[in-house]
Design a protein around this ligand. Sequence first.
Ligand code: UDP
Length: 243
Amino acid sequence: MEDRIGMSDPLYRRVIVKLSGEALMGARGFGIDQAMVEGLASDLAAAAKLGVELGVVVGGGNIFRGVEVSKRGVERPVGDTMGMLATVMNCLALEAAVERAGCEARTLSALAMPSVCETYNRKRAVKNLGKGRVVLLAAGTGNPYFTTDTTAVLRAAELDAQAVLKATNVDGVYTADPKKDPKAKRYDKLSHQEALEKDLRVMDGTAFALARENRTPIIVFSIAEKGAIEQVLRGKGRATVVG
Ligand code: UDP
């Protein structure tokens, strides 16, 4: 096909994309910015059209984070449940937008809410992925005290995904925060061990320990540019591969 000349085929068969709640927030400071959701959804739909199976773990930090809620006196497990429910709202917003972008999508929630969406289980997720649907993995692990980064690594292991694509607002892992330190250097590649020894904090400790144990590659990239997910799947664009 002419429009594919010069394009490389995707490197992966199945991946888990991790989007933080902040990616859906845009410049608003809280909640969901519809234009951001539409942009992410069209990127996801374009990536799915390459034939790569996509599971998407969405955070909830744009609405509630358990730790922050519990600082106001709510018990931590309750705050975390609020955080998990926030991820469900984000997933529902994305699900609708991915479908509008021309690709089938399904939200599967780790917390059962049968009148809203299907409940997550591994077989159901695999079945939906196999049908080419973008599978939105909602409500984190379903347990308090965990994060959606941990969820992404856990789902990658149980769904036999080849990598976690962690979308951030910088184009990879740096020696220091590039927004604060102009001398910070970017890595193209590094091992889990190096990231740990250099204390580079690619993900929270629990998530990273699980990735290291399962040797799950984590690809850190910036979601700011349109088509970023597709670029990473083709092995193009700027990103750091950990693992
Ligand atoms: N959360 C949880 N268990 C999980 C995943 C998430 O309790 O398995 C809660 C937790 O309170 C967390 C919130 O959901 O703060 C939102 O998730 P996260 O902070 O990972 O979102 P992100 O920072 O990626 O937007």
